[in-house]
Design a protein around this ligand. Structure first.
Ligand SMILES: Cc1cc2nc3c(=O)[nH]c(=O)nc-3n(C[C@H](O)[C@H](O)[C@H](O)COP(=O)(O)OP(=O)(O)OC[C@H]3O[C@@H](n4cnc5c(N)ncnc54)[C@H](O)[C@@H]3O)c2cc1C
Length: 362
């Protein structure tokens, strides 16, 4: 029995565990993976995400992350380029999540790796390592639901599928992409390509399930489609895949999850509370913020209701703006008109990047 039990050792889980341990609480964290692993993510660490990591004593640049200060937005034959209003970092989740778990361990958290949560019933949690109980349960299993967790997906009727693959790019492409994230919008989805650590590039994309079906449903078919896109195919030519197969996830439930009717003391964090549109590259900041907010509420003796209210004030504005942008880009006419406008006034792209940020952590 600990003061707090964190389910899931991703960004939200590790951040909340570290902050709670720092406030003197006894904390255990269970993570089903026993070692480093790839996660579906564009791996673009925004300035807000960097602020949170800094507060946790982590400098992503010192971990080998690549500074990114340019954004390119492409659709059809159009391409718009602008300087970002901040310097982001490209760093793989394979590396980042491990360092967070190490920090949690150093902060005194009882980190249990290779332990899967099977179900929960109020404050009683059943895991592959036995049953556990705690005063506060922090539900941080990302996109994965746990039997009995009472959270609901809000993915609509035609949810998205995500893919991610690391590549070693051709030297000329590496030079062209240095310090840049390129976002390519296409019918039914979008892809992002950017450098991460060790001269590696991450390709991450989101595609509607029906569009994926039209393409034939396979990763090879997705790559073949990307190859036909004017500002994408050239980047991936002669690229060497560095993972055996892409990481994939289905049923991406974008939006703000309805508040679950839960017993007090159960805090849904990160993607279990809301999933912002991936296009804005701020999901990691939101996940970290939820961990900070939950830890602060628990440390101050606040209730889950207090947590939901503060969490909503902090993050829901960003989610709404990001979702509006995602819906906008889904219409081909609006997308092309938008790109035309951004092409005429490139400063607008920088403003758009600024407008879809989470408020910075003070
Ligand atoms: C396609 C795509 C691209 C994205 N790109 C970006 C980007 O570029 N920048 C950005 O900031 N955000 C991005 N995001 C968002 C970001 O990846 C997520 O919002 C963030 O990872 C959420 O963190 P989390 O801690 O809630 O969940 P996660 O990081 O997914 O962590 C959940 C943890 O729980 C563990 N777990 C799951 N089930 C169990 C179980 N039963 N028992 C024990 N452990 C369990 C998992 O192994 C995992 O470690 C993207 C998202 C998508 C889908």
């Amino acid at each position: 029995m600990t003061d707090a039990l964190v389910l899931g050792g991703g960004l939200a889980g590790s951040a909340s565990a570290i902050m709670l341990a720092r406030s003197g609480r006894s904390v255990a964290l269970v993570e089903r993976e026993s070692g480093p692993h790839h996660k579906i993510c564009g791996e673009f660490l925004s300035i807000e995400a960097r602020d949170h990591l800094e507060a946790l004593g982590i400098d992503p640049a010192a971990l080998g992350g690549t500074p990114i200060d340019m954004v390119e937005l492409a659709s059809g034959t159009q391409l718009v380029r602008a300087r970002l209003p901040f310097t982001a970092i490209g760093l793989s989740r394979y590396r980042l999540d491990e360092v967070l778990l190490e920090r949690a361990d150093q902060a005194g958290v009882d980190v249990c790796r290779g332990v899967r949560v099977a179900s929960m019933d109020g404050h009683r949690v059943s895991t592959s390592g036995g049953d556990r109980e705690a005063g506060a349960i922090l539900l941080a299993t990302g996109k994965h639901r746990i039997r009995g967790d009472r959270t609901e997906a809000d993915g609509g009727t035609d949810p998205f599928v995500g893919f991610k693959m690391h590549f070693r790019l051709a030297p000329s492409t590496c030079r062209a992409l240095a310090g840049t994230i390129r976002l390519v919008l296409f019918d039914g989805g979008y892809a992002g390509l950017q450098p991460v650590e060790d001269d590696t590039a991450n390709l991450c994309l989101v595609i509607r399930k029906d569009r994926l079906g039209e393409l034939g449903g396979s990763w090879d078919a997705v790559l073949a489609m990307l190859d036909t896109l004017p500002h994408c195919g050239d980047l991936l030519r002669d690229a060497e895949p560095l993972m055996d197969r892409p990481a994939t996830i289905a049923n991406l439930a974008y939006g703000i999850a309805p508040r679950p009717a839960m017993a007090d003391g159960i805090f849904p964090l990160g993607d279990r509370a809301c999933m912002t549109a991936s296009l804005t590259g701020d999901g990691m900041a939101l996940a970290l913020r939820s961990g900070f907010v939950a830890a602060a509420c628990i440390a101050q003796g606040g209730s889950v209701r207090d947590y939901h209210e503060r969490h909503a004030r902090e993050v829901h504005g960003q989610v709404r703006r990001a979702m509006a942008l995602q819906h906008f880009q889904e219409s081909r006419i609006l997308r092309l008109a938008g790109l035309g406008l951004l092409g005429a006034f490139p400063g607008l792209l920088r403003q758009l990047a600024q407008a879809t940020r989470l408020r910075r952590w003070a």
